[in-house]
Unconditional design. Structure first.
Length: 372
C-alpha cells in the first residue's frame, strides 16, 4: 500500500477540491484537470488523490491521468513526484518506454510500483527495469515478476536469475527456481545488448507458435502411439518440437512455466528432469493436461510423484485411476490411491497384465478387504 500525499502541503486551490465536503461539480471539474493556479506536479497529485476515491470523480480522474496533455505530462516528469503519483502514471503509461524511463528514475518511486510494472510491461520497459541491479537486489519480487513476464527477453531473464543465484537470493515467486538456478549455473550468460539475441527471438517466436497451434488437451495429445506401442510426437507438433529442441535447458525451463499447453505437454516428457519438473510446476497448467500426462509411460517418476501429492489433482477420479495403472508411478504413491478406486476398476486392475505385479496384488487385497 502506497501512502497518499498530505493534501495540507498543497496550494489552497488543491485543498479546496480535495475537501471531503467539496461540491460534486467542483470535484468533477478538478478530475478533468481543471484547477487554476497549479503546477503540473501539483495538478497530478490532485488527480492521483481523486483517483483513489470511489465516486464518479474518481473514474474521471483515472481517465484524465491516462490522457494527459503533453505539456502537463512533460512538466510533471521534470519534478520530484509523490510515490502515489508515480504509481498512477506508471499504470497509465506502462507501454510508453520514454515516459517509463523518466518514471523509473524518480527518486521516490515505490518498490511496489516497480514490481507491478515488471509483471505487465513491454520488452523495452523490462530492459529498463532490469538495468537497475541494486533495486532488484533490494526487492527480489521485481526479479520474479520480470522472469515470469513473457515480454522479458530470454537473455535478460537469464541475467537476472544469475544475479539472484550469485547473491544467494531465494525467489519463491518463480515456481521452478531451484531447477532454473541449477541450469543457469551450467550455461554461459550473455552480456546485455541493445538488440534481441538469436536466442531471444527463438524464445519469443516459440511462445507465439505455441499459442497459434490452438491446442486443446481435452481433445488431443501432442503424442500418439506408434505401431510398436511407443509414444511419438504427432505430425502437427513436429515443427514446434524441433524449435523446442534448439533451446538450452534454462530456456526450456522458462518455456515450461510460461508457454502454451502444447509446449508443456512436450516439455513434461523431456528427458531432462529439470525441464520436466518445471513443466509440472507451471502456474498455467490445467487439470486436463494433468489427466493426459498421468497416463504417459515416458514421463519421469518425479512428474508422476508431483501429480500424486497434489491434493487438488488427485481429487479427480481419472487422475487417481491413471496414476494407479501407470507402471511408472512410484509404488508408494500408486498404492496409496488404490483404496480410493471403485470396485469395478479394482477388479480390472487385479486381472490386468498392463500394471505392475505389486499393484495387481494391492488391488486384490483391497477387494478382499471390501468383501470382509
Amino acid at each position: 500500500m502506497i501512502a497518499p500525499p498530505d493534501p495540507s502541503k498543497l496550494p489552497a486551490a488543491a485543498q479546496k477540491v480535495l475537501d471531503p465536503k467539496a461540491p460534486a461539480p467542483l470535484k468533477a471539474m478538478a478530475a478533468k484537470g481543471v484547477v487554476l493556479g497549479l503546477k503540473p506536479a501539483e495538478l497530478l497529485t490532485v488527480l492521483a488523490l481523486l483517483a483513489e476515491g470511489q465516486d464518479p470523480a474518481a473514474d474521471i480522474a483515472r481517465q484524465t491521468l491516462q490522457n494527459l496533455p503533453a505539456p502537463v505530462l512533460t512538466g510533471a516528469l521534470g519534478a520530484d513526484l509523490e510515490p502515489l503519483v508515480v504509481d498512477k502514471l506508471t499504470s497509465s503509461y506502462l507501454q510508453d518506454a520514454a515516459v517509463m524511463e523518466r518514471l523509473l528514475g524518480m527518486p521516490r518511486i515505490a518498490m511496489e510500483t516497480v514490481e507491478a510494472a515488471a509483471s505487465r510491461c513491454s520488452e523495452a520497459v523490462a530492459e529498463l527495469i532490469a538495468i537497475n541491479e541494486q533495486r532488484m537486489l533490494a526487492h527480489p519480487p521485481i526479479i520474479e515478476r520480470l522472469y515470469m513476464n513473457r515480454s522479458t527477453r530470454m537473455s535478460t531473464a537469464d541475467r537476472i536469475i544469475e544475479l539472484a543465484v550469485r547473491n544467494k537470493l531465494e525467489l519463491t515467486g518463480v515456481p521452478a527456481y531451484k531447477e532454473v538456478a541449477i541450469a543457469i549455473g551450467q550455461e554461459l550468460v550473455v552480456e546485455r545488448s541493445d538488440e534481441p539475441t538469436p536466442d531471444d527471438l527463438l524464445f519469443s517466436d516459440t511462445i507465439r507458435q505455441g499459442v497459434e497451434l490452438e491446442f486443446d488437451p481435452t481433445k488431443e495429445d501432442t503424442h500418439v502411439l506408434s505401431d510398436e506401442g511407443e509414444e511419438e510426437v504427432a505430425a502437427r507438433f513436429v515443427p514446434l518440437y524441433a524449435r523446442v529442441g534448439q533451446m538450452t535447458i534454462a530456456q526450456k525451463i522458462r518455456l515450461a512455466m510460461l508457454g502454451s499447453a502444447a509446449e508443456r505437454m512436450l516439455l513434461l516428457r523431456d528427458s531432462n528432469r529439470l525441464v520436466a519438473a518445471a513443466a509440472i510446476r507451471s502456474p498455467l497448467i490445467q487439470e486436463p493436461e494433468v489427466v493426459r500426462i498421468s497416463t504417459s509411460r515416458v514421463v519421469s517418476e518425479e512428474v508422476l510423484r508431483a501429480i500424486s501429492i497434489n491434493k487438488d489433482w488427485v481429487r479427480n477420479y481419472q487422475v487417481k485411476l491413471n496414476l494407479v495403472t501407470n507402471p511408472r508411478t512410484p509404488f508408494p504413491m500408486s498404492s496409496r490411491l488404490v483404496p480410493h478406486l471403485r470396485e469395478s476398476d479394482l477388479k480390472a486392475i487385479a486381472k490386468s497384465k498392463n500394471v505392475t505385479g505389486a499393484i495387481a496384488t494391492a488391488a486384490k487385497n483391497q477387494l478382499a478387504r471390501k468383501t470382509h
